[in-house]
Design a protein around this ligand. Structure first.
Ligand SMILES: Nc1ncnc2c1ncn2[C@@H]1O[C@H](COP(=O)(O)OP(=O)(O)OP(=O)(O)O)[C@@H](O)[C@H]1O
Length: 310
């Protein structure tokens, strides 16, 4: 049986008349880097808060590391970087990390070593003695990530961890997430930066109004939709009809200009069949150019482009 670190069934949260999370059913296996994607107001942060026991669900059930949310046995093994972190600005970076190490019940014998390790991990070793009040937004996000990892958690929730970071910072966070995965840590990532998600995550769930619309693997290139551009000569009238049978989701091939055809197929496995159809029709194939459909395109299609700004 798969070892799920997160399992929810029909999780729901209502604030007055506002349904923040409608009906969330989700399973995240151990060791996965899982992305939670959805437009503003989709209920992502509320869902994470319910999983952490910070918000009480109106209905439904959740298990995190096998326990009910907020169970101290689970919480000790979870790290969390909230979207809006309230920092203790009067503390120096190392004091802030020491506070969080103590809150995580890290034994005194390892605290100092872990503080130095996580400061190095997030590239802030030289700022250990600086008060957080003097930190830039990006540095605060890095130190927030350091506190989430100080106790070597099994499961880490990162809510928009790179929103304030420059490209170097984003690369650093990508590498940290890859290291976490290599060590078997499960990462639950909320992000609007779909390029980052594509590079770091194993699987993504698209949510809207607190419901999972779809989950998909981000690894399996053969399973991802592919847009194909063809350059052909001598195409017969029947070629477009014949290619239509290979298209994804009821889409149809389009002749964009003489000799140029575009179509979308469900995965790379269909590419040889396209070539076979063209040759069988008697046309000559000069170019077949596949391009994976980006996560951003999928997001716009699945979630809908007009559902922001709540
Ligand atoms: N404490 C609260 N009281 C009332 N409404 C709330 C509360 N928290 C969240 N909401 C509402 O619930 C909905 C979901 O909010 P949530 O913050 O979970 O969305 P999100 O997907 O994390 O959004 P974003 O991408 O903008 O961070 C929103 O409409 C929000 O206004």
């Amino acid at each position: 049986m798969p070892d799920y670190v997160i399992e929810t069934t029909g999780l729901r949260k209502v604030y007055g008349a506002k349904v923040a999370v409608a009906d969330l059913t989700l399973q995240v296996p151990r060791g996965e880097v899982f992305a939670f994607l959805g437009p503003n107001g989709a209920g992502k942060s509320t869902a994470v808060k319910m999983l952490l026991g910070l918000v009480k669900p109106t209905e439904g059930d959740a298990r995190v590391l096998g326990f009910a949310p907020a169970d101290p046995r689970a919480m000790a093994r979870i790290g969390f970087l909230p979207e809006h972190f309230r920092f203790h600005e009067w503390l120096q970076a190392h004091e802030f990390l020491d506070l969080h190490a103590r809150l995580s019940s890290l034994p005194a014998s390892v605290r100092q070593r872990r503080i130095l390790e996580v400061l190095a991990l997030v590239g802030l070793s030289e700022h250990a003695q600086r008060p957080l009040a003097n930190f830039s937004k990006g540095m605060l996000q890095r130190i927030g990530l350091a506190q989430a990892l100080i106790h070597e958690p099994e499961l880490v929730f990162l809510d928009e961890p790179t929103s304030a970071l420059d490209p170097f910072g984003r690369m650093l966070v990508r590498n940290i997430i890859r290291d976490l995965r290599a060590h078997g840590t499960t990462v639950f990532l909320n992000s609007h930066l779909l390029g980052e998600v594509e590079l770091t995550c194993d699987r993504a769930a698209f949510i809207r109004e607190g419901r999972v619309l779809r989950t998909l693997s981000l690894h399996d290139a053969a399973a991802g939709r592919v847009r194909v551009t063809l350059r052909v000569a001598g195409a017969s009238n029947g070629l477009l009809t014949s290619l239509a049978a290979l298209c994804a989701n009821g889409s149809t091939p389009q002749e964009t200009s003489p000799g140029m055809i575009e179509l979308e197929v469900a995965g790379e496995d269909t590419l040889p069949q396209i070539a076979e159809h063209i040759v069988a029709s008697g046309a000559r194939l000069y170019a077949l150019t596949p391009q994976r459909v980006s996560l951003e395109q999928l997001f716009l299609e699945i979630v809908g482009a007009d559902d922001s700004g709540q």
